[in-house]
Design a protein around this ligand. Sequence first.
Ligand SMILES: [Fe+2]
Length: 327
Amino acid sequence: MEASVALRPIDGVHVTTLIDNYTDVLLPDEGPIRRWGAAGSGGRAAPVPDSISVTGQAVDGLRAEHGFSALVELRVDGAARRILFDAGVTPDGLIGNLDRLELRPDSFESIVFSHGHFDHVMGLDGVARRLGSTNMPVYLHPDFWRQRRLVSGPDRAFELPVPSRAAIEGVGFEIIEGRQPSYLLDGMLLITGEVDRTVPFEQGIPNHQAFVDGTWQPDPLIHDDQAMILHVAGKGLVILTGCGHAGVVNIVRYAKKLTGITQVYAVLGGFHLRAGPVVDETVAALALESPTLLVPSHCTSWQAQHALATAMPAATRPNTVGTRFEL
Ligand SMILES: [Fe+2]
């Protein structure tokens, strides 16, 4: 399906961070970025009852956790169409933040999962409980269901919680698997499917394994990792990554290849960058793309965030839960 269908341009897109590792209620608005909290215009905390204050009312806050979830709201002809991208890590984290933001999950047309890691999936639990019975479509790659672990020594391994197909289908969600690029929402949203791995310095996670055919086998590339792509008319591509296991440079280049659009407007999400030479190489490669907005989130280390901000100070901004990017 590569580039056989043009990605339909849209008037704009609002991306609201529902779950991320960071919170900061003192950030002010800046350009198209609406911050949630005391200083911004993106909404603020509601009072909650407490037992130790003079008034009996404390202030609530959005929960940050090690995970990622975003609401993607396409703006077309004055109407909005909503799709959920990832679901965060704790069973009740996402639904709690949706409630605090006064967003209803039954207003979502579908859900796209970037990959099967639990820090992007398990918040579906609270959403499923709220929806009760649903037939909402859920888009993912077949490797999403893999049993996986991270090995850190001869006798040390962390097994990742695995999503259950039976449980998710049991709620009624309609699972739609794909390895290839798919166009959703009448051709206005593209999910990449498996990303072309062409960048030599993006090698995935060396100690990541999957249980396949009865044995633990190397699974460094996490082939299920996919991104979401939109085309804002006159501005260029908006690219959302989940954890960026495919490599953020691979993802950006693949987005350009699939769409034939070279202007990169915004890249938001987890870049899964930690430390070392890969950070410098990634920063240099992203700088060549000249994004207007770069939002390294979730699994992007502080070293990588600082390096990106130093190289691209006008474009790079931090993410926080509740932030709405009006693109
Ligand atoms: Fe992640």
